[in-house]
Design a protein around this ligand. Structure first.
Ligand code: HAM
Length: 418
């Protein structure tokens, strides 16, 4: 038997209704904020992520599913969506259509990480990106969207952690300081960190090596290097969040593991999750559009993991699946079978969800199945009903059974409480 690939999962019928609930809530929610959906291809040129996300990030240096295709092109299954959305924004001249562009998305992504609870190799994200505003209102809007969406869908126990990593000037000064701090320990660093020391010492902060984490405890913090403008920007973001009554804490060590961030960075975690507790992450990336060949355009966004959201919901909300088949039609003899199909079609055309038997079973197992599936009504048709143009309608809750003339059936159903 061929099994699915490690770190990938089927979403089975007893779960797909939960996904659809999230999906439809998201579309409604984003509409309220005036965001429009963007869909990008499943794979992109590898270079997009190398340049966009950064060569020394964990994602690009060890987690991408990349290959060379038959035409010799280097391609990669999307590991994240910000770079593809920026690529599409530039390629389709979306920036020329209006000064501010608000986009959202939902998609499958691929990272070759070590699978564990809340971490898979194919996972799904929804997220939003807003292009064109450098002002703190845009940062606050993005943070509020993610926070309020989680609240709205029934999640509590949320922690919003916020930081500012400053603009380019601040980042450059910080990189130098971090190098100065780490220089005496260079020999103690892993090969990966030595390479990062040269190219981008900020990425050393993503290390999972205990010894390096210890070493970094006394390293300078990026907040000390913010320019005046960075500080004012950050203060304004915080003050809008306060006004919106969105609680947050400052995490001065949070730089996030992707190279494109400038100024605001944030994550929302949930105590309902285990070690992989980040429900979403995001921030500002004012240089990325330019880096990828577009006109300088400030931007900010976030992305949230749908698997993690569903895990967190499981432990905090009692949900129910209201997507049941409402009506079961049971034919009691062979000669009524095609008649049952026609009746089912007619009821569907009138808006009901209807199921018929495909196994030619007898009444007893079919009634048992209707009960198990929480059907609301069962319609029984035998030879007598066929002759008299009637149907027996059984209310599965009360057990009450009524003979109804076929031409009155739709009216009768309309009068019931579905
Ligand atoms: P990220 O922090 O890499 O950011 O991912 C965002 C979220 O995706 C995480 O908080 C987590 O919920 C989920 N996630 C990531 N990796 C996995 C995985 N292997 N299994 C399950 N869930 C996962 C980004 O992707 C940025 N593009 C976010 C962004 C948008 N920044 C600005 N705009």
């Amino acid at each position: 038997m061929i099994r699915s690939v490690k770190g990938t999962h089927d979403i089975l019928p007893d779960q797909t209704w939960r996904w659809r609930k999230i999906e439809s809530s998201l579309h409604n929610f984003m509409q309220k904020y005036g965001y429009q959906e963007l869909r990008t291809p499943a794979f992109e040129k590898t270079e997009l992520f190398v340049r966009g996300v950064g060569e020394d990030t964990d994602i690009v240096s060890k987690e991408m599913y990349s290959w060379t295709d038959q035409g010799g092109e280097n391609l990669t299954l999307k590991p994240e969506l910000t770079a593809p959305v920026v690529r599409s924004f530039i390629q389709n001249n979306l920036g020329t259509q209006s000064p501010v562009n608000r986009l959202y998305y939902m998609d499958a992504l691929f990272r070759r990480e070590r699978p564990q609870k809340g971490r898979t190799r194919q996972f799904h994200q929804f997220g939003a990106e807003v292009f064109g505003s450098e002002h703190p209102e845009a940062d606050a809007e993005i943070i509020a969207i993610s926070y309020n969406f989680f609240k709205n869908i029934g999640l509590n126990k949320l922690n919003l952690k916020l930081n500012s990593i400053g603009s380019e000037e601040c980042l450059n000064n910080y990189r130098n300081e971090l190098r100065n701090y780490l220089k005496p320990f260079l020999n103690e660093l892993t090969d990966t960190s030595k390479k990062r020391f040269k190219n981008n010492p900020l990425r050393i902060l993503d290390t999972k090596i205990e010894q390096e984490i210890e070493l970094l405890k006394d390293a300078p913090e990026i907040g000390e290097f913010l320019t005046n403008e960075d500080t004012i920007h950050f203060e304004e973001v915080k003050s809008i969040l306060n006004a919106l009554e969105i609680p947050f804490s400052i995490d001065p060590q949070m730089v996030r593991g992707l190279d494109y961030y400038t100024r605001t960075t944030y994550e929302i975690t949930s105590t309902a999750l285990g070690a992989q507790d980040a429900l979403c992450g995001g921030g500002r990336y004012d240089k990325l559009v330019e880096t990828l060949g577009g006109k300088p355009t400030p931007a900010v966004g976030f992305a949230a993991g749908i698997e993690r959201l569903l895990l967190a919901l499981e432990s905090s909300v009692i949900e129910s699946n209201n997507e049941v088949v409402q009506v079961n039609i049971i034919g009691l003899t062979d000669i009524v079978r095609s008649h049952c199909q026609v009746l089912a079609q007619e009821l569907r055309n009138n808006g009901y969800s209807v199921s018929t038997d495909l196994l030619r079973r007898s009444l007893k197992p079919l009634m048992r199945e209707a009960n198990r599936n929480n059907a609301i009504l069962t319609i029984l048709i035998g030879e007598d009903e066929l002759k008299n143009n009637t149907a027996q309608v059984k209310n599965m809750k009360t057990g009450e059974q009524t003979a109804i003339m076929k031409n009155k059936l739709i009216d009768f159903l309309a009068g019931l409480d579905f």
